[in-house]
Design a protein around this ligand. Structure first.
Ligand SMILES: [Fe+2]
Length: 298
């Protein structure tokens, strides 16, 4: 989707059908610098097999367009899919790129909540090398080539949730879904519907023309999965929170809906690797890597 103005990145979207996740390749047309947002590692829970088949087209597209990947951006510690960021960092480094793998600084809070479940240290002292190259502060500015960018805190779904504003394009993470699908759930440990409401108000203060790219779409009522809308369209028509929706109304609706939702199928595999940017556990003495399945904890 190339765009005419200098502040508009070229955005390519890749849908992961198994988990309804959108991965984005975000490029500055002027400098050919680029970021990859929320890449997905394939994971078959039946066989335990992981793979990069879904992430490979992102790298192929970047190579075909002559892009230099400077950033691997995680919007939050996902609970529904494994991140491919760590694996892509290795692969990109092998091909001469120097991407920085980044997430919000409050990944530390998420880690303190979930690390004990997996017997991991509750800080990052076990990481060799460090899982993340950069931890964004709230509203920290950065750049993708010549495009100005900012990490906007959107806690509520998780404590560490960020939305990335790159030029005129907002990568919303798990905050707003498409207008017909509403918002992200807030019932994980550390989640908070009132906090998500306040986060969405922060996004609604962006200009109405701001392009919004969602983290997930499940193709509501049989329509094709889609990924793009605008702040103006959200304010006018979001299923859960419009410009004039009050906090108490949203919180009641969100919490009622969350009481009906099942635990995500991949929450246990996902969190234990996504706390570390998608780095799989080290192999044991037999050379095999294992994930843990804590019993009777969730
Ligand atoms: Fe999420």
């Amino acid at each position: 989707m190339p765009s005419a103005t200098a502040a508009a990145p070229q955005v390519s979207a890749f849908h992961h059908r198994d988990t309804g996740t959108w991965t984005y390749l975000v490029a500055d047309p002027a400098t050919r610098a680029a970021a990859i947002v929320d890449p997905v590692l394939d994971f078959d829970p039946r066989s335990g097999r992981t793979g990069l088949d879904s992430a490979a087209p992102v790298l192929e597209r970047a190579a075909a367009d002559g892009l230099r990947i400077d950033w691997l951006l995680e919007t939050h510690a996902h609970a529904d899919h494994l991140s491919a960021a760590h694996a892509l960092r290795e692969r990109l480094r092998a091909h001469g790129h120097a991407p920085r793998l980044a997430i919000g600084r409050r990944i530390g809070e998420v880690r303190r909540v979930f690390a004990p479940l997996f017997g991991l240290p509750d800080d990052a002292s076990d990481e060799r090398p460090a899982a993340f190259d950069h931890l964004f502060d709230d509203d920290e500015g950065f750049a993708v080539g010549a495009l100005p960018a900012r990490a906007i805190p959107v806690p509520g779904h998780t404590q560490d949730s960020l939305a990335y504003l790159i030029g005129d394009a907002l990568f919303a993470g798990d905050s707003l879904f498409l207008p017909d699908s509403g918002t992200a759930r807030c019932d994980f440990p550390g989640g908070d519907a009132a906090m998500l409401y306040q986060s969405i108000q922060r996004l609604y203060r962006l200009g109405d023309a701001t392009r919004v790219f969602v983290c997930h779409d499940y193709g509501k009522d049989g329509r094709e999965p889609a990924c793009e809308t605008t702040i103006g369209a959200q304010k006018r028509g979001n299923l859960h929170v419009r410009a004039d929706t009050g906090e108490a109304e949203f919180v009641a609706l969100r919490e009622a809906r969350d009481r009906t939702l099942a635990v995500p199928a991949l929450i246990l595999p996902s969190l234990q690797v996504n706390l570390r940017g998608g780095a799989l556990p080290q192999p044991e003495a037999n050379g095999v890597r294992y994930l843990k399945l804590p019993l009777d904890q969730l």
